[in-house]
Design a protein. Sequence first.
Length: 250
Amino acid sequence: MKTHLLLRALKKSQSQGFTLVEVAVSMLVLSIFIGTAMQGLVLSTSFKVRAKQLTEANNWIQQDLEDVKAIASDVNQVPHTSSILYADALAGDTTIKVTQLAGFRLGDSIVIGTESNSNEITALQTLTDPATSTDYLEVTLRDPLTSTQTTDATALVLARCHSDLDTGGFAAYLDETLPTVQSETDNSSTPKSGRKTILGKEFTLQRTTSVRQAKPYQILEVTYNVTDENQKSVAQVSSEVVPNAFFDCP
């Protein structure tokens, strides 16, 4: 009799299924698990997007830095110390004609051709050869030439090689010739700053340059900073660039 009653009670308990408390606990555990999984998925996606943005930001910096180095390595794109004579200059002349229009300043020390002593530039004037319509630079010298110098002789300016001013070395001249930072928006008024959209977010690249304060002022320090829409820095790079023109100095 007792055995029969026990079996009936067991069957009744099994037919009733889970209690309300058990169901509630199960739903709570399931919701916690799903919430945790979703949070992990969101964080994972966020990290992937951030990593992609960081990679793109660093590529943006590296591309601009390569442009800067290309300018520095191309002597012809940096106002240089050296030019050649456009025409013969006779002994006793106080003016010479050179082919390069840029890179000469009043007061610069200059050595012409086979002259044993340096001279000084006292005046500069850009003129045009009427026979060929070619522009050339007429350089007036402080002292007359001691010997005749033929066309294609070198006129070498010494001031930039041994500058005593941070504005007179090659670094300052390189800084003046740097290209505009690549930008998806017009940055003609702010050439050292650019904007780009990366994965739906707008970023700003700022290039900052300064001449290292050490004679002869040939090292240009370049710093990059990429910031997001909240002005938070996401990538920074610092580098130093020396124009190749400096290595041509005597």
